[in-house]
Design a protein around this ligand. Structure first.
Ligand code: DQA
Length: 144
């Protein structure tokens, strides 16, 4: 199982940005947690972060034929990007949407997710653990 984990803008600032919402752990901590979990379940994982929408689109396109699962937290682009939705539809790889915070209880503008209609599952408000749940879900689905 090869999983690509994609993180959108400002997630590189975890640990610094709004710790009351996103916690005190850093982006490096998140990456280590994801890699450790992948090792423990025998999955291959690549982690990518960008603050630029087009780079995220490029990364999704490059996943075609290389990965059999995507975990994506598009961050603010969740609420604005048709381009990310179209890229995910284009490569047609099973994808789980993750948000660290519980977006459902936050501002109105966070209630829209353009990618949600494509994703096989959405996990919100479970902190960094949401990424682990997402990986496990993709593995479980791939094993049928
Ligand atoms: C987020 C929620 C988004 O609304 C926000 O723009 C983020 C992070 C989350 O993980 O909770 O940057 O995706």
């Amino acid at each position: 199982m090869k999983i690509l984990v994609i993180n959108g803008p400002n997630l590189n600032m975890l640990g610094i940005r709004e710790p009351d919402i996103y916690g005190a752990d850093t982006y490096k901590d998140l990456c280590e947690l994801i890699k450790k979990h992948a090792d423990s379940v025998g999955a291959e994982v690549e982690i990518y972060q960008s603050n630029h929408e087009g780079y995220l689109v490029d990364k999704i396109q490059e996943a075609y034929g290389k990965f059999n699962g995507i975990v994506i937290n598009p961050a603010a682009y969740t609420h604005t990007s048709v381009a990310l939705l179209d890229a995910l539809k284009a490569v047609n790889i099973p994808t789980v949407e993750v948000h660290i915070s519980d977006v459902s209880t936050r501002e109105d503008f966070r209630q829209i997710s353009y990618i949600r209609s494509y994703c096989i599952k959405t996990i919100t408000g479970h902190g960094f653990g949401g990424y682990i749940e997402a990986m496990d879900y993709l593995i479980q689905e791939s094993e049928g």
